[in-house]
Design a protein around this ligand. Structure first.
Ligand code: F6R
Length: 636
């Protein structure tokens, strides 16, 4: 979703050849480039120059804005704001792009989120004689901020402008409903950027003689690793030398400083043609890093970050996993393991459905949220709701300092490293790994498994990274097949037990990356309806469980393959090495290394990701930024 960058600096240090103008622009453009992964459809920049605010904005990709800046350069400035917009109110046009400049050119504002009461505010502003050039809620907030600022000017005759923009911002923020990060730059205080946040992300970067704002740390990761978390309902004012935080009533507040533990290089492509390909290849590391340091010298799980009183965890009688999209599929995989190991009833619910159905939650319910970004608004709201009902909340998250872990009772970080491609890959495997660690920890604490059993599972988990590496090393066959299927219009995915969410994830990747109709089904459900879709040549990808697994699951899935094949389907099978029984039923078989049933999703998912990537690449699509999608979904 929208990306925001703010920069307040002075002239560059001696020895640099950059002018102050170039420093501000360089930082903002680089920040916007880094935030491109969030997904956007227009971009803009405003700076406070000698003659007031100057702004350039363009619909389309950043390249369009850069062309505009070539033709129409911005003037020298030491501070500015930048924005990449993911359209909500009003289409992706030049007019609707941010920044919005109001108040006769004195004030410029960028925004992420949705202001829910914007139509009421707009009606009031129209009555006051304002007119609007865009369809956005942002222009309404900007106009209100402009009015509020001028009211303060009138109310404070002779008082210097210092701090006025912060006070005006706080007063406006109090009137807004919904989710917003608003960032403003005023011609009267050109070295100052003021931002307010509610339910929408914003991080401060601390530099040396310069300070930064970003929707996330990638907005300034090239310049500093020192970051400050903002709390809910806070206003922050940055200048070259200062960072001041208050609440919406102007009461000073403290932000928590932390060090960004990944570096800029980790967010680069490392020679891969896309972030997506790099991140798929990062997966052995993502799982290994997530497992690292979670046990004591005797092999007992410790999970240091998990700060829920063990006596409370012993008494929980229900787990609800809250997540969206790929993260929800990770939750569905984890449910099989957690119920099996801990014997605690576990449900997985899409966050956006959860709080609207009046769910039954109490202090014996453990909420486990799964979120790569830690900013997904649907999940954040669901977690808040559950906390209000007395539930304990644990976040499994990949982004240090993000909102969901901050608002949860405990956090278990996945250490997948920054995930830049919009469609999630390595975070999925890392989430499953972390959720399994949580399941094993609960089983250890509650005595559901013997210590030896836990050690065996951990030992098997430790072997997974090498097995993923072997899947990656033997991916040519699946890539070739995917390329040969570039004209395919629909693909069905089947799986059973843990293979079912894997099938749904495989289908989601194909939809997102290759814009092909794809559906994931529980293989057993096929005969209850979806089998009607099968016709001659229909591609069906089947995730087959290990033949060593229990309850004749393998035999049942093989029967399902036969059923679709008998009706003309072209079957592609993901099976365990050595499983020769599937060969006669499949046009194509891809083998993954042996592992236990519960750990298999960490391997079976990988060929499906590679399939979607190769097919989308063959179709010439941008796999890092698929159309219409945003990385971090910060609106409900
Ligand atoms: C799909 C994808 C999304 C996210 C979902 C939740 O490839 O990336 O479905 O999984 O938007 O995002 P997080 O995990 O950041 O809460």
């Amino acid at each position: 979703m929208c990306g925001i960058v703010g920069y307040a600096g002075t002239a560059p240090a001696q020895g640099t050849s950059l002018s102050a103008n170039h420093r501000a622009l360089e930082v903002i453009v680089e920040g916007l480039r880094r935030l491109e992964y969030r997904g956007y459809d227009s971009a803009g920049i405003a700076v406070a120059g000698a003659n007031g605010i100057e702004m350039r904005k363009k619909s389309g990709k950043l390249a369009k804005l850069l062309e505009e800046l070539e033709q129409n350069p911005l003037p020298a400035a030491s501070s500015g704001i930048g924005h990449t917009r993911w359209a909500t109110h009003g289409g992706p046009t030049d007019e609707n792009a941010h920044p919005h400049v109001v108040d006769g050119g004195a004030l410029s504002v960028v925004h992420n989120g949705i202001i829910e009461n914007y139509s009421v505010l707009k009606a009031t502003l129209l009555k006051r004689g304002h007119s609007f050039v865009s369809q956005t809620d942002t222009e309404v907030a900007a106009t209100l901020l402009g009015d509020t600022y001028r009211e303060l000017v009138l109310a404070e005759p002779g008082v210097p402008s210092t701090g006025r923009l912060s006070r005006a911002m706080a007063a406006v923020a109090r009137q807004l409903e919904g989710a917003f990060t608003l960032v403003a730059l005023h011609a009267d205080e050109p070295g100052v950027i003021v931002a307010a946040r509610r339910n929408s992300p914003l991080v401060v970067g601390l530099g040396d003689g310069e300070n930064f704002l970003g929707s996330d740390v990638s907005g300034f990761i090239d310049y500093t690793r020192r970051a400050v978390e903002l709390g809910q309902d806070q206003v922050v004012t940055i200048s070259a030398e200062n960072v001041e935080i208050t609440d919406f009533n102007g009461v000073p507040a403290e932000g928590r400083e932390y060090r960004v533990d990944w570096d800029a290089a980790a967010a680069k492509k490392d020679g891969y043609p896309s972030f997506m390909e790099k991140e798929i290849n990062d997966q052995p590391d993502a799982v290994a890093q997530t497992l690292l340091g979670r046990t004591d010298g005797e092999g007992n799980l410790t999970l240091d970050e998990l700060r829920v009183d063990p006596s409370v965890l012993k008494t929980i009688n229900r787990i609800i996993v809250l997540a969206c999209g790929t993260s929800a599929y990770a939750g569905q995989v984890a449910r099989y393991a957690i119920e099996h190991w801990c014997r605690i009833p576990t449900e997985v619910e899409l966050s956006h459905e959860f709080r609207y159905r009046d769910p039954i939650v109490d202090e014996r319910t453990l909420i486990v949220s799964l979120s790569q970004s830690g900013e997904t608004m649907d999940t954040l709201m669901a977690v808040r709701y559950a906390r209000e009902q007395g539930a304990k909340t644990v976040a499994i998250c990949n982004t240090n300092g993000s909102t969901i872990p901050r608002e949860s009772d405990a956090v278990l970080y996945t250490h997948a490293g920054p995930e830049i491609a919009v469609a999630s890959t390595k975070a999925f495997l890392a989430q499953i790994t972390a959720a399994y660690l949580l399941g094993l920890y609960l089983a250890q604490l509650r005595g559901n498994l013997f210590q030896g059993q836990i050690k065996d599972i951990l030992a098997e988990l430790a072997k997974v990274p090498a097995k993923i590496a072997s899947v990656l090393a033997n991916a040519d066959q699946i890539k070739d097949l995917a390329r040969s299927m570039a004209d395919t219009r629909t693909v069905l995915f089947l799986g059973r037990h843990v293979g079912y969410p894997v099938a749904m994830e495989g289908a989601l990747k194909l939809k997102e990356l290759a814009y092909i109709h794809a559906e994931g089904f529980a293989a057993g459900e096929l005969k209850h309806g979806p089998i009607a879709l099968i016709e001659e040549g229909q591609a069906v990808i089947v995730v087959v469980p290990s033949p060593r697994g229990r309850d004749s699951l393998h035999a049942k899935v093989v029967s399902n393959i036969q059923e679709v094949r008998a009706r003309g389907a072209m079957t592609i099978v993901i099976a365990e090495e050595g499983d020769e029984s599937v060969r006669e039923h499949a046009e194509h078989v891809f083998y993954i290394p042996e592992t236990s049933t519960l750990l298999a999703p960490l391997l079976t998912t990988v060929p499906l990701q590679i399939f979607a990537l190769a097919l989308a690449t063959a179709k010439g699509f941008d796999v890092d930024q698929p159309r219409n999608l945003a990385k971090s979904v910060t609106v409900e």
